[in-house]
Ligand binder design. Structure first.
Ligand SMILES: [Zn+2]
Length: 261
């Protein structure tokens, strides 16, 4: 993800990958800034922080309770999540919040069953011909992933996403219309790739997330890790060979380039 990469670069360059860096970025309300120099703070950066903690096993750097409380304040009357408290429900923000809660292992405990059902219902209602990112907006291919992945996380157990289900993750959805939207309407017959809308030019972001939806729907035979938006096979390989950079809250030096991968 663009924001994840941007955030990781910021952390690496400005904080020299200090393990207290993530801790310093957390604000009193539970949100995270992208840098120490004062920037936006919203659910996108909570997703980035959780992804970093998930990948590098840095959970001791995060006040999880405070993070969860901030996320819950981003819930809206529609049932989904906005970027910040008081913002409109939006598909990307909802994905960031649901994925962050999944990585923190709080998706099934932070909200009541009714709240989770309302959230799932909001996601399911976004399926039109393709998926819309907000109520009454035009469908957009990237939201097939943001919303579809949120549905997958809400309906399957991803508490241990190393061995998450790898077949069709979208069994609650129609799929036929989204598949046709991606393959027949937004795929560019001349240049290849996928566009955001029908009759527009393809771009890398929408091509990537179109392929992610096809992977979630079981069309590509290449399972997707929906929490990180990467190949499940690559994540599993990494997870089983990684060496934690920290142990017992203290920095442990990586001894080789292999350790840093
Ligand atoms: Zn889009």
């Amino acid at each position: 993800m663009v924001y994840l990469l941007q955030f990781m670069v910021n952390v690496t360059l400005f904080l020299d990958f200090s393990f207290v860096g993530l801790k310093k970025l957390q604000q009193p309300d539970g949100s995270f800034m992208a840098t120490l120099h004062g920037t936006e703070a919203d659910v996108r950066f909570i997703y980035c922080v959780c992804a970093i903690a998930h990948i590098l096993d840095l959970w001791h750097c995060i006040d999880i309770d405070r993070t969860v409380q901030y996320l819950l304040r981003c819930r809206t009357y529609e049932g989904g999540f906005g970027l910040r408290p008081g913002c409109e429900t939006q598909g990307g923000a909802t994905y960031c919040a649901v994925a962050a809660l999944t990585m923190m292992k709080r998706l099934h405990t932070a909200m009541t069953p009714y709240e989770r059902e309302t959230l799932l219902a909001w996601c399911l209602r976004r399926e039109q011909d393709g998926y819309e990112g907000r109520t009454d907006k035009d469908p957009d291919t990237c939201y097939c992933f943001w919303i579809g992945a949120s549905i997958a996380m809400l309906t399957d157990d991803f508490s241990d996403d190393v061995d998450s289900p790898s077949e069709n993750l979208l069994h609650l959805t129609e799929q036929r219309r989204a598949r046709s939207f991606i393959l027949d309407e937004c795929q560019n017959p001349r240049y290849g790739g996928f566009a955001k809308f029908p009759d527009s030019l393809p771009d890398i972001l929408h091509s990537y997330y179109s392929l992610c939806w096809l992977a979630m729907a079981g069309d590509l035979k290449r399972p997707l890790n929906v929490v990180l938006g990467i190949s499940q096979e690559k994540w599993r390989q990494y997870y089983h060979t990684r060496h934690p950079l920290v142990a017992n809250g203290e920095k442990r030096e990586a001894t080789s380039q292999e350790d840093r991968r």
